[in-house]
Design a protein. Structure first.
Length: 242
């Protein structure tokens, strides 16, 4: 995350609060023109504006420098007028859904959902696409820091019954293929991205993209086509929105 890109983080904050821009300006007492200049990095946020953000539970150190979590407070401690991201259920390795809300104080990080990822035929993702939603994740599940992960929403049924259509997956960024044999990974193939189990085939000198759903076929990428296959990273966390 670029520490100087205050504007992008401000846009993420507005989306995380589920507010329209005019609602955000009214709530925090700034003009639409000022907000546009903040978001375009043409003007540094005013101290009075940042003080109001602090009162609302926003971590201004995150806003100004990209450090820490978006919110100082846990989600349930924020005011009722701030509607934050959807709650999630964490899918553990069994896999069984479990609620991640308890009575302890949980710090969270907010991820923009970068795009849909195919559980089926790879989906083309245009460059520079604007995230349309966010997901909030307890920080203890992301030990390598927020910049090491990217969130995608599943589109398709090839990874059922473990990973369902509509689930959100957190992918740990990794450009190499080291240590990923047999793991579920996000990969880019030609112009699309997809989620599959990776299996190396030494005899055929290629990579098999394996679905979990037996109704879908395995796709084998041989050496001649390997130039079109690039690694995005392994599955780190599976989330179910509700």
């Amino acid at each position: 995350m670029d520490p100087n890109d205050v504007g992008s983080r401000l846009g993420m904050l507005i989306k995380a609060m589920k507010l329209k821009q005019y609602q955000f300006t009214e709530k925090f007492g700034i003009s639409a023109n000022s907000l546009d200049r903040y978001k375009n990095n043409e003007r540094f946020p005013d101290p009075q504006f940042m003080a109001r953000l602090v009162d609302a539970g926003v971590n201004v150190n995150w806003l100004l420098r990209g450090e820490g979590n978006m919110f100082i407070l846990a989600p349930w401690e924020l005011g009722d007028d701030i509607r934050t991201t959807k709650k999630v259920q964490i899918v553990d390795g069994k896999p069984v859904l479990m609620n991640d809300l308890d009575k302890t104080y949980i710090r969270t990080s907010v991820f923009p959902i970068a795009a849909e990822i195919a559980a089926g035929t790879p989906i083309e993702v245009p460059e520079g696409i604007e995230p349309t939603d966010t997901v909030e994740v307890p920080t203890r599940y992301i030990p390598f820091g927020t910049d090491s992960y990217i969130a995608f929403q599943i589109n398709g049924h090839s990874m059922e019954p473990q990973i369902l259509h509509g689930d959100v997956v957190l992918i740990r960024k990794q450009i190499t293929w080291d240590g990923l044999d047999g793991k579920i990974c996000a990969v880019r193939y030609e112009t699309g991205i997809t989620l599959k189990r990776i299996q190396y085939d030494e005899a055929r000198k290629g990579v098999a993209l394996q679905p979990l759903n037996k109704d879908y076929r395995i796709e084998f990428i041989d050496a001649d086509r390997s130039q079109w296959l690039t690694m995005i990273g392994p599955l780190a966390l599976q989330l179910r929105l509700y």
